[in-house]
Design a protein around this ligand. Sequence first.
Ligand SMILES: CC(C)(COP(=O)(O)OP(=O)(O)OC[C@H]1O[C@@H](n2cnc3c(N)ncnc32)[C@H](O)[C@@H]1OP(=O)(O)O)[C@@H](O)C(=O)NCCC(=O)NCCS
Length: 180
Amino acid sequence: MLRGGKVGLRARHDEDIPILRTELYDDVANASRAEGGPWRPMTPGSKDPRLVVDDTDEGRVLFSVVELAGDTLVGTAALWGIDTHNRGAHIGLGLLPAARGKGYGTDAVAALCQYGFVVRGLHRLQIETLADNIPMLRSAERNGFVREGVLRSAAWVMGEFLDEVLLGLLARDWKPDPQV
Ligand SMILES: CC(C)(COP(=O)(O)OP(=O)(O)OC[C@H]1O[C@@H](n2cnc3c(N)ncnc32)[C@H](O)[C@@H]1OP(=O)(O)O)[C@@H](O)C(=O)NCCC(=O)NCCS
């Protein structure tokens, strides 16, 4: 378990899967905004890599996000696109609707930075998010990520093209959260 101030990142448990599927991936609007691809229904029991860990995939580490007080599941987080030559990776994060707006996103990004920079020795972390996703932009910026560019009309989301923002953080600029 990697501990932040309020949330922890732990392994995916079987009982997390139906909750994440129902609350995140069956929600067409949420999935369309977060996935970077078209929503498709997820068959119960399928080995979809967004939910089920493939330990042979070296490029991706999947976590369940839990409230430290009580070990309650609050979301999913990933380090993906891990590139061991250039020593970079991308961050992905999705919290259950009831868990949003409580500071957990900011805390989960801090824990993912700890994992990426300290545990994995990476040099650069990157986040891509929709330009109107204020909570994600703020969660990233609170942890030192800087906006490196806007990808204009890069995402087709529910009938319209939306801008994406690319944010990056270098290990040398990272100030670890003392609570993590
Ligand atoms: C994006 C997400 C991970 C952010 O986590 P969160 O726990 O909701 O965010 P936090 O509570 O840590 O808030 C971060 C900041 O955003 C602000 N914020 C939170 N919700 C907000 C809202 N609905 N509107 C405006 N600002 C908001 C907070 O005030 C805080 O600002 P501050 O740093 O200036 O104090 C979460 O909302 C989520 O899972 N959303 C749905 C899936 C998603 O968009 N994933 C990201 C795909 S790239």
